[in-house]
Design a binder for this molecule. Sequence first.
Ligand code: FES
Length: 166
Amino acid sequence: MSEQVLTEAMRCEIDKALTKFPADRKRSAALLTIHIVQDLGAGWVSQEQLDAIADYLGESRVAIYEVATFYTMCKRDPTGRYNISVCTNLPCQLCGVDKIVEHLQKRLKINFGETTADGKFSLEEAECLGACVNAPMCQIGKKYYENLTPEKIDQLLAELEAETKN
Ligand code: FES
């Protein structure tokens, strides 16, 4: 089954990743493998893909589910093209993240856990993302956006909107 659910490009990248781990420790590659499938796919991993990953690595499905459900960066539901994770922990709160959240929700007309009607943006509340020194901040894909202000959000959304037109 894994051959149909995981694309050739995914399997190729997984094979490369597996060379970094001892042959009898494929479970250690679970997180990296999930990331590969997520990044080369639709930005999230389906149940079917998780099962295929387990089969491909020769690990139990439970072992893969444990990883996928533990890390919030493993998306198990469809998200918008840009999933905006906003840290709302204390240091970000103290630096005014509420205003950023309010601005984002107003601009995108969605709440946390929702996706815009055009499928471009999702909004998600995140725990500390380790960039407290430059709070408030958010993460989109693998990039961090720090020292946010409503103006910076406007600029960022405009840039992302422009990207979707390319
Ligand atoms: S509290 Fe927001 S990045 Fe740490």
